[in-house]
Design a protein around this ligand. Structure first.
Ligand code: UD1
Ligand code: CA
Length: 471
């Protein structure tokens, strides 16, 4: 069987979003609305995937080409909104030689699973249909096209809400706007569709009557989850679909062996991967290209974006990480900020109120409390004391700090970069290190301590005298 193609209608404006951005470019769960549709079409095996763009068409195209490098995407432009049949007609030139089945999809319906598309195609082929409509049953079908059937239950037409008679408006079986069509059969009737209706638009739904007139088979398949076929027209609907997408992602992860203690508050992008036996606590957000290994624990309130976490690692509460790598068997957090370029190797411990940027921590290295490490390279088994700061910025340039294997940095040390501390060296607490420390040395830099005996008593006495003279 030849692979199906897909045509995604994404030329609509989306005025009700009240946004400067094209509707289909609004992001939820790590993808734009149209990005979810493209992803699902590709997952259902569609090739090519033709996207009909209009409003901000260049932006939509650039966005999709960037997000789906190497995917079989094609773009066509519908300059003016003249109806869904007109939008599909724009795809005819790029699918001129295509003779198979085509998914017709809406760019603003992100929650329809790829599985539903594959089922739709299977039934379409089994019934040898020219058009299979994905239908849904709604309690309130207002606004949707209704599926009209004859006495024997065969589909005879789709009637748009505005063109429907009061009787037809009572039909609760609606057209979801998603279809599977035998492309040559559909193309043959597209030019016969007229804009003689309430909206003066070319209705794709009129293809039903035309195909039936040609003696072709048109069937409908009921999609069991109405919420998954809903289009997004407003911010409220965007929030509603975000919850549906979240539940879909979470269900997939749990089926794959991940424990989510509170799926309703766990927001994991569709693009994230999580290994089995990982446990995720309430209120965690995982974004973008984040990859979490096996047997990881992530406690509440963490947000990890484009971050890798190795097997068996524990990420304690309220860690924020962006473009960071955390190795296996580490402990990070609570309240740790890992910024881009952080590379924490196996078995490290990074504790509370530690900020790291563009730095490598070698195996088994520890920075347990209150530190800033920027542009630093730490070897294996380094111990960074509480309150250690790399002074990496001189107001103009960033400079590197190098701490070789086994270095011990005492608490409250400032490492003024560029600076290197050699293998196994010690830096005494409270140092300001401005020059390199040779391997095996001890660096101390502090004013010698002076103890002034009896000072407190003498001070009290002085204060007392002053009070008396004032009176
Ligand atoms: C369409 C169906 C209706 C169905 C409903 C489901 C028609 C005539 N009617 O109605 O039966 O119940 O979808 O949501 O098809 N688009 C373009 N160019 C256009 C017009 C639309 O690209 O000229 C795109 C829109 O951006 C959207 C999709 O096609 O992604 C559907 O358009 P929409 O305006 O939502 O169609 P409805 O009138 O709601
Ligand atoms: Ca719609």
């Amino acid at each position: 069987m030849t692979a199906p193609a897909a045509v995604i209608l994404a030329a609509g404006e989306g005025k009700r979003m009240k946004s400067d951005r094209a509707k289909v470019l609004h992001e939820v769960l790590g993808r734009s609305l149209v990005g979810h549709v493209v992803h699902r079409a590709l997952a259902a095996g569609a090739s090519p995937v033709v996207v009909v763009v209009g409003v901000q068409g260049d932006a939509v195209r650039r966005h999709l080409e960037e997000r789906f490098p190497g995917a079989p995407l094609k773009f066509v432009v519908q300059e003016e909104r003249r109806g869904t049949a007109d939008a599909v007609r724009r795809a005819v030139p790029v699918l001129r030689k295509f003779r198979g089945d085509v998914f017709l999809l809406c760019g603003d319906v992100p929650a329809l699973p790829a599985r539903a598309l594959r089922d739709l195609l299977r039934q379409h082929r089994r019934r040898q249909a020219s058009l299979t409509i994905l239908a849904a049953e709604l309690d309130d079908p207002t606004g949707y096209g209704r599926i009209v059937r004859d006495a024997r239950g065969r589909v005879t037409a789709i009637v748009e809400h505005r063109d429907a008679t009061p009787e037809e408006r009572r039909i609760r079986e609606i057209n979801s706007g998603t279809y599977c069509a035998r492309w040559p059969d559909l193309v043959a009737v597209l030019d016969r569709i007229r804009a003689d209706n309430a909206q003066g638009e070319y209705y794709l739904t009129d293809a039903v009557r035309e195909l039936i007139a040609d003696g072709k088979t048109v069937v409908a398949r009921l999609h069991p989850v109405p919420a998954e076929v809903e289009g997004i027209n407003s911010r409220r609907q965007l929030a509603a679909v975000a919850a549906i997408l979240r539940d879909q992602v979470n269900a997939r992860l749990m089926d794959g062996g991940v424990t989510l203690l509170d799926p309703a508050t766990t927001w994991i992008d569709d693009t994230v991967k999580v290994g089995r036996d990982t446990v995720i606590h309430p209120g965690v957000t995982l974004e973008g290209a984040t990859r979490v290994g096996k047997g990881v624990t992530i406690r509440s309130g963490c947000r990890l974006a484009d971050t890798r976490v190795g097997d068996g690692t524990t990420v304690l509460d309220h860690v924020v990480a962006t473009e960071a790598r955390i190795g296996a068997a580490c402990s990070v957090g609570p309240f740790t900020h890992l910024r881009p370029g952080t590379d924490i190797r196996k078995g490290c411990k990074v504790g509370n109120f530690v900020e790291i940027k563009k730095s490598v921590l070698g195996e088994g290295t520890k920075a347990s409390h209150l530190s800033y490490l920027g542009d630093a390279t730490l070897g294996r088994g380094v111990n960074v004391g509480a309150g250690t700061i790399t002074c990496n910025y001189d107001g103009e340039k960033k400079h590197p700090t190098i701490l070789e294997d086994g270095v011990f940095i005492g608490s409250d040390t400032q490492l003024v970069a560029p600076v290197r501390v050699g293998k196994g060296a010690y830096v005494g607490a409270g140092a300001t290190v401005t020059r390199d420390v040779p391997p095996g040395a001890l660096a101390i830099s502090r004013a010698p301590q002076k103890n002034i005996e009896g000072w407190v008593e003498r001070r009290k006495k002085r204060k007392g005298e002053r009070k008396r003279t004032k009176k």
